[in-house]
Design a protein around this ligand. Structure first.
Ligand code: ADP
Ligand code: ASP
Ligand code: MG
Length: 411
């Protein structure tokens, strides 16, 4: 008999019919004798709807109150799923994050889980009940409701699996596993049998939203066996593993991630003195704006250009800060661009292969796609390009690195 934590995402609980289907599925697992803890998201679109409501009141809603509100989405689905289970003769009980006591820090809208009280859950499981827990939410030490950031139900699932030492954490969603790239963008994308935590972490942080980054971090740290599966189709899904098997078939690149969430800022004609990078980025970080890629050009006539990217939500803020800096340090001008996208190739195979980056650049050159910025780490190469070429770039790279599925194997 196994203890399994199953997380069902928004589309999987997007209607009453689907919730009934999830209940049927959970019932089958129960009949096999497994203990089940289910984590659910809000019905698809609900979290967005709630956020939009708040924005009708204020552009920047008070984070504490926003959390009180958006956490209701999950409260609806846990109750509906518990009802659907009970209707089927499966004893079940639902809990909000607060009721379980999923203790988090107080960083509203992006809280981190600190501790989970597993007593109630264990007692329910022992009494033969399926426990249904609201994803995406917790409570801080003062009793305030918190939420874990978009996609946070994945993290609730993995954290519960870690706390309960579950045999597996299964993330059920609307695709049948982790693919070489987003199958909605590249129909020739292939499902991966396995992917390492390290690669999955890179993919998630570079834009593949199939798993929330923190859920992968958690799973790696606590060694939680993690699998991504389709909610309503049978299949092995994708296992996220620790081991980096040295197999002959190990491809150089495991996947391609991309994101359209960044914007680029350039400050030109900066007097090139020691400390200039700090003078430019210090005020940005003081304004609580995270910087991703950074490029500083070689200087001409003792002035240089300095470019970096930030989240698009921070663009206007960053622009203001940078304009102030430009005045202070006597830089020539500040320019910005929001129509950019970042494309990254990821793979542990890069460690043992040379020439991966140049192969990437060659593939982009063949499509006449101009590269604006480059950054590399041990297992990834990222480039910033014009947003309108994003899909073309991803497809070209998918082919160049031999990731395409054999013809006719779409879906
Ligand atoms: P859920 O609501 O179940 O949490 P998400 O929408 O958060 O589902 O995540 C699933 C989606 O992630 C898929 O529909 C797919 O479009 C997208 N996705 C992005 N990159 C990948 C990838 N490499 N493999 C699989 N899905 C991906
Ligand atoms: N409902 C939340 C969101 O839409 C959390 C989740 O689905 O994981 O981001
Ligand atoms: Mg998700």
């Amino acid at each position: 008999m196994a203890l399994i934590v199953q997380k069902f995402g928004g589309t999987s609980v997007g209607s009453v019919e689907r919730i009934e289907m999830v209940a049927e599925k959970v019932k089958k697992f129960r009949e096999n004798g497994d203990d089940i803890v289910v984590v659910v998201s809000a019905m698809s679109g609900e979290t967005n709807r709630l956020i939009a409501l708040a924005k009708q009141i204020s552009d920047q809603p008070v984070p504490r109150e926003l959390d009180v509100m958006v956490s209701t989405g999950e409260q609806v689905t846990i109750a509906l799923l518990a009802m659907a289970l009970i209707k089927r003769g499966v004893p079940a009980v639902s809990y909000t994050g607060n009721q379980v006591r999923i203790l988090t820090d107080s960083a509203h809208t992006k809280a981190r889980i600190l501790q989970i009280d597993d007593q109630k859950l264990r007692a329910d499981l022992k009494a033969g009940r399926v426990v249904v827990v609201a994803g995406f939410q917790g409570v801080d030490e003062h009793g305030n409701i918190t939420t874990l950031g978009r996609g946070g139900s994945d993290t609730t699932g993995v954290a519960l699996a870690a706390a309960l030492k579950a045999d597996e954490c299964q993330i059920y969603t609307d695709v049948d596993g982790v693919y070489t790239t987003d199958p909605r963008v590249v129909p020739k994308a292939r499902r991966l049998e396995k992917i390492t935590f390290e690669e999955m972490l890179e993919m998630a942080s570079l834009g593949s939203k199939v798993l929330q980054i923190r859920s992968v971090e958690f799973a790696g740290k606590y060694n939680v066996p993690l699998r991504v599966l389709h909610s309503f189709q049978e299949g092995p899904g994708t296992l996220i593993t620790i081991d980096e098997e040295e197999s002959m078939e190990q491809p150089i690149i495991s996947g391609i991630a991309f994101n359209r969430d960044e914007a680029k800022l350039t400050i030109r004609g900066v007097p090139d003195n020691p400390g200039v990078a700090f003078k430019i980025l210090g005020p940005i970080s003081a304004a609580n704006i995270e910087v991703d890629m950074i490029v500083q050009n070689i200087s001409h006539d003792n002035t240089t250009d300095f470019t970096f990217t930030v989240h698009r939500n921070d663009y206007l803020n960053a622009m203001q800060v940078l304009q102030n800096t430009a005045r202070e340090i006597g830089a020539r001008e500040v320019i910005g661009d929001t129509d950019i996208a970042k494309v990254s190739i990821v793979g542990v195979g890069m460690r043992s292969h040379a020439g991966v980056a140049s192969r990437m650049f060659e593939a982009l050159a063949k499509e006449s796609i101009n590269i604006q910025m480059i950054s590399t780490s041990e297992i990834k190469v990222s480039v910033v390009i014009e947003e309108k070429y994003l899909e073309l770039a991803v497809r070209a790279l998918h082919t160049a690195f031999e990731l395409d599925a054999p013809a006719r194997q779409v879906e």
